[in-house]
Design a protein around this ligand. Structure first.
Ligand SMILES: [Zn+2]
Length: 440
C-alpha cells in the first residue's frame, strides 16, 4: 500500500470528515467516535502504582486523583524480560515489536556496541504522529526517546536531547523541527545551575543552606540535573501548547526514572548495601516527593487543554530498586525496573472512574490511534484497550478494528537531517547513561 492510498483510507475512516457522505462510501454506517479526536499524552517514565497508590490514598496527589475520577486506570504491562526505555517508548509510539520499529536501547543495535548513541535515524516504522500526519492531523511531540536529530513531522518535534543541559557548549542543531523554532526552544532550556533552591528543597526538605551552596555536592548536583531536564520539557510544553490546536500533543518526562535510579536506595536499599543513616534521612523521600511534584505539573498540563480532549498518562515500566542476581551481584540499570507501569486514560470512549487490571505496552499504539479516530494496522500485534469501553466506545472501536489498515509501512519516516557531530553532547548523554548503570 502506498502513501496516497493510506491517506485516502484514513480520510474515509476518520471521524468528523465531510468526505465520507460525499463519496458515498457507506457514510451512514460509519460510526462517529463519541470522543473528540484531540489527544494529549503525558509520558512519565517509571511511574508505578506501588509508589503512587499510598500517596493517592493519603490525598497527596490531588491532580492525579481528580483525573482518575474521570478516567480508567490500571497497569501498563511492559516487555518481559525487561527492556530498555527507548525501545519500549518506540513500541508504544509505533504499536510494533522492537524488531519491526528498529529502535534498540540507548546505543545502536540491541547488542549495544557501547560506542554510538541511538539516533532518530533508527526508526524504520511510522509512529502515531506520522500516521496522524498522513490523515492531515498536526502533532507536537516533546522529549520522546531517540528523537535526535529531530525530524520533520506534520507539526513540531522537540528532541529528547534538548534536556542534556550539562553539555554547556551544545550545538542547537537537530534539537527541533521545524528548525525555524530552534532559537525560541533553545531559550527555554533550563541549565541545572539555574534550578531554584525551592524546588530542590521540595525533594530534600532537610537540606541545609550550606549543602545547597556546596558546588562539590555530587548528589545535589545530580538532583538539579534531573530537575533541569524535566523543567526544560515542561517549559517547552508550556511554550508550544497553545501555539495551535494540536490534534496530538505528547510530552515525555524522564525525571522520575532518573530519581528512582539515583535515590530509591535511600528509601529502600533492597539487596543493595545499606546507605549511611544521615543520607537516608536526607534523600529517603526524594522518590515520593518527586511524585508529589509531578502531580503539580500534571495539574498544570491537564489544565492547558480542553476538559473533553482525550488525555493519557502513561509509563513504560515500574520500579523496585536494585536486585541481586543468582551470582550474588547487585544489578542496576534495567534490572531495577519491574514490568508493571501505570496507565490512565480519560476519554469519552471509556467509562469514568474505573480501574482495569492490565493492558500491554503493545496495545498503546492501537489505543492512541483509536483515541484519535484512526485505525490500527494489521502489522500491529496489540489491540485497542477494551476494558471499560462505553457502549458507544465499544462499537466505535470494533469498527476501527474491523477496518485495520493493511500496513502503514509506506509512512515510515524519512531519515532525519544530517547534523554536525557534537562530542560534548555525545559525552553528556553517555555520562548520564553510565551513571545510571545502563552502559559500562
Ligand atoms: Zn530506568
Amino acid at each position: 500500500m502506498i502513501r496516497s492510498e493510506i491517506r485516502a483510507l484514513l480520510l474515509l475512516l476518520a471521524p468528523l470528515t465531510l468526505l465520507v457522505p460525499l463519496l458515498g462510501c457507506g457514510g451512514d454506517e460509519t460510526p462517529v467516535s463519541p470522543a473528540p479526536s484531540q489527544t494529549i499524552v503525558i509520558g512519565i517514565d517509571a511511574l508505578d502504582w506501588q509508589v503512587v497508590d499510598p500517596l493517592l490514598e493519603a490525598g497527596e496527589l490531588p491532580n492525579l486523583a481528580a483525573l482518575a475520577n474521570v478516567a480508567t486506570s490500571g497497569v501498563n504491562l511492559s516487555f518481559v524480560p525487561l527492556e530498555k526505555s527507548p525501545l519500549i517508548w518506540a513500541s508504544m509510539a509505533t504499536g510494533l515489536e522492537p524488531e519491526d520499529h528498529g529502535v534498540g536501547g540507548f546505543l545502536k543495535g540491541r547488542d549495544e556496541d557501547y560506542e554510538t548513541l541511538a539516533s532518530a535515524g533508527d526508526w524504520r516504522s511510522p509512529a502515531v504522529w506520522d500516521i496522524a500526519g498522513a490523515a492531515g492531523r498536526r502533532s507536537c511531540v516533546i522529549g520522546w526517546w531517540v528523537t535526535y536529530p529531530a525530524r520533520a513531522i506534520e507539526g513540531v518535534m522537540v528532541s529528547d536531547h534538548v534536556s542534556y543541559t550539562e553539555a554547556g557548549s551544545r550545538n542547537p542543531d537537530g534539537m527541533v523541527q521545524p528548525a525555524a523554532l530552534t532559537d525560541e526552544v533553545a531559550a527555554l532550556v533550563v541549565d541545572w545551575r539555574d534550578v531554584p533552591d525551592d524546588l530542590v528543597r521540595r525533594l530534600v526538605p532537610t537540606v541545609t543552606d550550606a549543602q545547597l551552596a556546596d558546588p562539590d555536592d555530587q548528589r545535589l548536583r545530580e538532583l538539579r540535573v534531573v530537575l533541569a531536564g524535566d523543567l526544560t520539557y515542561l517549559a517547552t510544553a508550556r511554550h508550544l501548547a497553545d501555539r495551535e490546536q494540536w490534534d496530538l500533543f505528547a510530552v515525555y518526562l524522564r525525571g522520575l526514572d532518573l530519581m528512582c535510579h539515583k535515590f530509591w536506595v535511600y528509601m529502600d536499599p533492597g539487596d543493595a548495601r545499606e546507605p549511611a543513616a544521615d543520607d537516608r534521612a536526607l534523600y529517603g523521600d526524594v522518590v515520593p516527593n518527586y511524585v508529589r511534584l509531578l502531580d503539580d505539573w500534571l495539574g498544570e498540563l491537564v489544565a492547558m487543554f480542553p476538559a473533553d480532549a482525550n488525555l493519557v498518562v502513561v509509563s513504560d515500566h515500574g520500579f523496585h530498586g536494585p536486585r541481586r542476581d543468582r551470582s550474588g551481584t547487585i544489578r542496576k540499570g534495567v534490572a531495577e525496573h519491574r514490568p508493571d507501569g501505570a496507565l490512565v486514560i480519560r476519554s469519552a470512549l471509556y467509562r469514568q472512574g474505573t480501574r482495569f487490571d492490565r493492558t500491554f505496552v503493545l496495545n498503546m499504539g492501537p489505543t492512541l490511534l483509536a483515541l484519535m479516530g484512526l485505525p490500527p494496522s494489521q502489522e500491529m500485534p496489540g489491540r485497542v484497550m477494551r476494558d471499560h469501553l462505553t457502549d458507544a466506545g465499544l462499537s466505535y472501536v470494533e469498527h476501527l478494528e474491523q477496518h485495520r489498515i493493511g500496513s502503514y509501512a509506506a509512512l515510515a519516516p524519512a531519515p532525519p537531517p544530517e547534523v554536525a557531530e557534537d562530542p560534548a553532547l555525545d559525552a553528556a548523554v553517555k555520562k548520564q547513561l553510565r551513571s545510571l548503570g545502563y552502559v559500562d
